[in-house]
Write a protein that binds this ligand. Structure first.
Ligand code: TRP
Length: 467
């Protein structure tokens, strides 16, 4: 029997709302911005294939682990791990893993908000027809002008952080559940409109072949990137999914639910690719542009095809919604924790945390312009410098936070959660929560959580550090 505890923060009305919430968290800039450009960079079909393997063998088992831990503990991730560790006779210090994850989530939010803010700027720009007939140089210059202007970046970053804080402050049911019920269906409708449109461009099959034609020689190019992306796109490793699991009804089946979320997230990424690459080809552009794909290549494409202005606007609204339903999941673990700890209202706690993320996010804003030369983690001829102005190598503030979170904190967090579910929780507890009918299926799933996922993370983690 599953645990009877309930969360003090509220509960989703049904398992469908959990699916909306977890899918909302998972589907974000990762699917619409990162996945298509990474596919473009790492050679199409081969990358897609590796990505699918990483999702199913490592990402989903970790997501399953997070969800079942969260639902069993019914508190913020930090207190959940503490309680469950003590119940299982392990050290309460396990809660540090959740604390690290919580901080990672806030750090991700700090830069996510800045990039998501760009979509606000592009909604306006597209809507006003600023990109009609634009050339590649023109679009590059427009993007350059945006990132060079700290005031404009600050405006959008502030606005996006307010949007995020607003939903979170209203609470699990009145804020998150209510907005997810509106935003998620809208997101799917917009995506389908875009897909339908890309089918009319005459380049659909070219896009299709690019995504799915399989080139075996490229298979190993993007493995590391694919694994890192599997974590990011499923939102695992920081406690976002864990805290959503804490609000899940106790009779809902976790296994089927998580599989649904994983499939939906993958479908959205593939559909985004199928919708975008034909548009890129129709606009006479190259798919391998890297991170600029969404903010430079696509505007050129949209600016030069029929109905591009309106479809471009639709596209950036889609990006905004996807980013918004993800950003709330980054704030929730910390909000839940501080509400439990300080017993202050959600509004107060949310305001403080959003302000904090906003301040850190200003580092990202400035790293595109005034402070572009401020470099961290510099390995120079005269040794290592944590900080050096104008250094040759090193990473600017934005790159440093991105690197620290997605390459180090996410894998470590995911590893900790899988090991916790697989080795610290009692086998019976896991069996109870999963409530799978077939013992064979349980055996396989349990083995994925205990062995396959941790080893997969470790391999990639070490390989990444040695690069
Ligand atoms: N999964 C989201 C995306 O694809 C981003 C995201 C939301 C996330 N919550 C997270 C990433 C927690 C890492 C950790 O854009």
């Amino acid at each position: 029997m599953a645990s009877d505890k309930v969360s003090i923060h509220g509960a989703w009305a049904s398992r469908w709302v959990f699916i909306l919430a977890a899918t909302g968290s998972a589907v974000g800039l990762g699917n619409i911005w990162k996945f298509p450009y990474m596919t473009g960079m790492y050679g199409g079909g081969a990358f897609v294939m590796m990505y699918l393997v990483c999702i199913f063998l490592v990402g989903l088992p970790i997501m399953l682990a997070e969800t079942l831990i969260g639902r069993r503990g019914r508190q913020s991730p930090v207190n959940t791990l503490k309680t469950l560790a003590i119940e299982s006779g392990a050290s309460p210090k396990w809660s540090w893993a959740a604390l690290m994850g919580m901080i990672a989530a806030l750090l991700i939010l700090s830069f996510y908000s800045v990039v998501a803010g760009w979509s606000l700027d592009y909604i306006l720009g597209m809507g006003r027809g600023q990109f009609s007939g634009v050339t590649a140089d023109g679009a590059g210059a427009a993007f350059g002008a945006l990132t060079a202007d700290p005031w404009r970046l600050t405006l959008w970053h502030t606005l996006f952080m307010l949007l995020t804080g607003f939903v979170i402050a209203r609470g699990v049911v009145a804020g998150l559940e209510r907005s997810l019920r509106i935003m998620m269906p809208l997101l799917f409708v917009l995506l389908l409109i875009l897909l339908g449109y890309s089918m009319t461009t005459g380049y659909f099959m070219q896009g299709f072949h690019f995504l799915f034609d399989f080139q075996p020689d490229k298979l190993l190019d993007g493995v590391l990137a694919a694994m890192g992306h599997a974590f990011f796109t499923l939102s695992v490793g920081v406690g976002s999914i864990m805290v959503y699991g804490a609000y899940m009804p106790k009779n809902a089946s976790i296994g089927g639910t998580i599989l649904t979320v994983g499939i939906l997230d993958t479908l959205v990424a593939l559909t985004a690719g199928l919708a975008l690459f034909p548009i890129v080809f129709a606009g006479g552009m190259e798919p391998g542009a890297g991170p600029g794909l969404m903010f430079v290549t696509l505007p050129v494409a949209f600016g030069n095809i029929a109905f591009g202005q309106i479809m471009g606007t639709v596209f950036f609204i889609l990006v905004l919604i996807a980013a918004w339903t993800s950003s709330i999941s980054m704030l929730e673990p910390a909000v839940a924790y501080l509400v439990e700890r300080t017993r202050r209202s959600r509004v107060v706690v949310t305001s403080v945390l959003a302000l904090l993320c906003w301040i850190v996010g200003m580092g990202t804003v400035l790293s595109f312009n005034i402070a572009a030369e401020a470099k961290f983690f510099v390995f120079a001829d005269d040794g290592f410098h944590l900080f050096q102005w104008g250094a040759e190598g090193g990473r600017n503030f934005f790159d440093s936070i991105d690197y620290l979170t997605s390459r180090i904190l996410l894998p470590l967090g995911g590893l900790a959660f899988a090991v916790f579910a697989g080795w610290v929780l009692k086998r019976e507890a896991v069996r109870d929560e999963l409530a799978l009918k077939s013992p064979l299926l349980f055996g396989v799933v349990y083995w994925l959580i205990r062995v396959v996922a941790p080893i997969g993370v470790l391999i990639v983690f070490v390989a990444e550090l040695m690069k």
